[in-house]
Write a protein that binds this ligand. Sequence first.
Ligand code: GRG
Length: 296
Amino acid sequence: MNIQEYIASYAKEVEGELQELFPRLWDIPDVLRQSAQYSIDAGGKRLRPILVLAAAEALGGRKEAAMPVACAIEMVHTYSLIHDDLPAMDNDDYRRGKLTNHKVYGEAMAILAGDALLTQAFYSASQARRHGVPAEQVLNIVEELAEYSGARGMVGGQVADMKGEQGITELSGLEYIHQHKTSDLIMFSLRAGGRVAGADDKQLEALTDFGRSIGLAFQIQDDILDVTGTQEKLGKAVGSDEKQHKVTYPFFIGMEESERRVAQLTDEAKTAIAGGVLPKPQRLLELADYLMKRDR
Ligand code: GRG
């Protein structure tokens, strides 16, 4: 299986599992189910869950044990996008080429669908214990999910980004935002996959370093694609003021240097897991290269 086939096959499996975990089987209000399902089904790349599965695999762990955690991180990611698109935040009408959640279900339901997905993520992560993951590891995973997605992680990054819209003057300010808004969930994905498979401290450290570097590379690449790609990502008209004034890596250091930085970070990521610390790092190495070349 080449890396594209690997990604496609794991994305499909994650999508199948998400249908089971949220919230088809439960007696909940239909509109809540539809609203959450709408965004879960909207067709993202499923990068974060694939990283969970690949990290577990790199340590010889079982896919079934990693799957509830893989789904948990996709739920957190989906909630964050629903809330990010709200009028009070980015006020976007489109995401992934479809109307945003609040445009279809209204603001109140979009907020509640996000709340439900965030909460359900912790339920989902806890289900790893039903697949033989020791309770202590499950607790570590749940603890880190809170840490990396909450005030010290993604939510903090989002707040820094909102404040930064009033003027970031230093690259370090942008790096803080990227680190927390984007890298933290990616780092969590790798650590959690490792934990499912019983990683030791050295292996966790390697996965963390790998995650930090590909997380930042991923966000710089996202900044590059904001400039070069279609406007679908921003959900706003091409050439809108917001696009032109967005503070990004290319804005600070130019396109060429941004591309060079993506390549350098990808190399650093690969170095972090090379050298025998993980028994089967091949897919992670391929994923790092794949992400560097992505065009969406
Ligand atoms: C609302 C608490 C809160 C947080 C929002 C995720 C986020 C934080 C904002 C979305 C805007 C953005 C560009 C964030 C940076 C992270 C990022 C590149 C998200 C998009 O992730 P992809 O490309 O999305 O993996 P898909 O659609 O493939 O799932």
